[in-house]
Design a protein around this ligand. Structure first.
Ligand code: SAM
Length: 198
């Protein structure tokens, strides 16, 4: 009998971009940490993050869709979450000043919410404002994860902008990694990891 590997997709294959992000976050986050979910959607990642920082931690989550807040509210413990109905490009204004430079991780899962309005998609211009703000909010030793979906309209441009920005990050301040499937004809999701040096 073969046992299913722990660090694998449900079919036993390599982890997807989002699973890789979750594995990295789970390994690094600690009870009591404060983290940001920059793209709340249906709240699956928000819930995941609450579990990583429980007990005593807090998740601040953003989305432009009211429906996302309604769905997420059903899923997550209210006392551990602040759900913000605003774009992640307003992150700096919504994260309390005393937490600037103290956030342990910030997670972006870009694109649109499957099964919902595809016009409410993340956009390059606001995404780029947000990822730059995210690095300021992170604590030394904090982790930024960005899952990008080049498969949909606008996703290629968004991915390119992130790539162009990521290579400019000062190596003395940040470590950057890029994970992507390379032998598939379609354009599967890619993951960027940015670690702010401690
Ligand atoms: C791929 S989904 C996120 C999935 C989510 N993490 C989950 O676990 O269900 C992307 C989400 O980003 C949201 N979004 C689009 N533009 C945004 C913005 N400027 N700021 C924050 N969220 C945004 C969309 O409404 C959508 O819900």
């Amino acid at each position: 009998m073969t046992s299913h590997p722990h660090l694998a997709s449900p079919n036993g294959g390599l982890p997807s971009s989002v699973l890789w992000a979750q594995l990295m976050l789970k390994d690094r986050l600690r009870p009591g940490d404060t983290v940001v979910d920059a793209t709340m959607g249906n709240g699956h990642d928000t819930l995941f993050l609450t579990r990583c920082v429980s007990p005593g931690g807090h998740v601040i989550a953003f989305d432009v869709q009211a429906a996302a807040l309604i769905e997420t509210q059903k899923r997550v413990p209210a006392e551990m979450t602040t759900l913000v109905h605003s774009g992640h490009e307003t992150m700096r204004a919504h994260v309390p000043m005393e937490l600037h430079g103290k956030i342990s991780a910030i997670m972006f899962n870009l694109g649109y919410l499957p099964g919902s309005d595809k016009t409410l998609i993340t956009r390059t211009e606001t995404t780029m404002i947000a990822v730059k703000e995210a690095l300021e909010l992170l604590k030394p030793g904090g982790l930024l994860t960005i899952a990008v979906y080049p498969g949909h309209e606008g996703g290629v441009e968004e991915g390119r902008s992130i790539a162009e920005w990521a290579v400019t990050l000062e190596p003395r301040r940040f470590e950057v990694q890029h994970l992507r499937p390379i032998n598939r004809a379609a354009a599967p999701p890619e993951l960027w990891l940015v670690w702010k040096r401690g």
